[in-house]
Design a protein around this ligand. Structure first.
Ligand code: C2E
Ligand code: MG
Ligand code: MG
Ligand code: MG
Length: 280
């Protein structure tokens, strides 16, 4: 009987694996088609605010629109794009979308905040990245100080020499560099000291409990202090409550992002923020 149950379990396991594999295959095919067609991708922009709640930046976040007009989350398809070798083409497409939008905003408004773009480590370290970036910036008339790249700490684990030289090239273009999801990876303090990095983004997992749990509170304040010692600024991601905002303000955090202030906005919603900042 135990044997039979084991067999049944195995069969269940097999079925669900098969389903997952075929779903993944479908998704990969859809993704490939979407990238080839250069459509179905939409960018949303989530504001970053200073302690006075003025908008000082925007983070570009990609969505994939499905046939039924639902959105696929990037947490579903960015890993698939990375695994299946499509991430570079996808991010080239994203850079084009963001730069096109940025050129429009800069033509219409006087003070457009810096826009951050998430970048996969695979892309950052690829042979084609800097060439493509230069061409794309040139084509859209983008200045380096209009943009920032967000990379995760995992990028420092691979080819560190290449990493340093690419980051230096970005710095030479006046592009800002932020370490995303800081505290969840493996940054060595030595890299932080030597790499041309400008911003640490405190991961949301620490922010969630910072107002009511002393360990996470301490982690947040320690990251803020570390950043200040190294001459970097901090952004808290995923701020959802007034209590979290107040605690982080007291600790001297410079910038805030989260549903407490704004969800990611459509391109049509963003210009109202420029006007509210008195920059029209
Ligand atoms: P991330 O860069 O850490 O972006 C923050 C994520 O947290 C976003 O999810 C944002 O919508 C969400 N978020 C912001 N505030 C709050 C909050 O107060 N509460 C909660 N619960 N969530 C909040 P999203 O847009 O689904 O993006 C997820 C991840 O996908 C991003 O994490 C980033 O790693 C990746 N991603 C998004 N867009 C791109 C892109 O254009 N290129 C690449 N390579 N990755 C991207
Ligand atoms: Mg990010
Ligand atoms: Mg983040
Ligand atoms: Mg995050």
């Amino acid at each position: 009987q135990a044997k039979q149950a084991g067999r049944d379990n195995f069969k269940l396991f097999e079925d669900s694996m098969a389903k997952e594999a075929s779903e993944l295959f479908d998704f990969e095919q859809n993704l490939r088609q979407a990238i080839q067609a250069k459509k179905d991708f939409v960018m949303l922009y989530q504001p970053k605010l200073n302690a006075m709640r003025q908008v000082i930046g925007l983070e570009a976040l990609v969505r994939l629109q499905s046939a039924t007009d639902e959105y696929y989350s990037p947490t579903a398809f960015i890993p698939v794009a990375e695994e299946s070798g499509q991430i570079i083409r996808l991010e080239e497409l994203i850079l084009n979308l963001v730069f096109k939008q940025l050129a429009i905003w800069h033509a219409q408004y006087r003070q457009v905040p810096r826009v951050s773009i998430n970048l996969s480590g695979k892309h950052l370290l690829s042979d084609t990245f800097l060439t493509f970036l230069n061409e794309c910036m040139g084509a859209h008339g983008i200045d380096g100080d209009w943009i920032e790249f967000e990379v995760t700490e995992s990028v420092f684990l691979s080819d560190i020499d290449r990493c340093i030289s690419v980051l230096r090239a970005l710095r030479a273009l006046s592009i800002s560099i932020a370490i995303d999801d800081f505290g969840t990876g493996y940054s060595s303090l030595n890299y932080l000291k030597t790499l041309p990095v400008d911003v640490l983004k405190i991961d949301r997992t620490f922010v969630i409990e910072c107002a009511n749990q002393k360990e996470d509170a301490k982690i947040c304040s320690t990251i803020i202090e570390l950043a200040s010692t190294l001459g970097l600024t901090t952004v808290a991601e995923g701020v959802e409550t007034a209590a979290q905002f107040e605690f982080l303000q007291q600790q001297g955090c410079q910038a805030y992002q989260g549903y407490y202030f704004h969800r990611p906005l459509t391109t049509l919603q963003v210009p109202a923020l420029f006007a509210a900042n008195g920059s029209e």
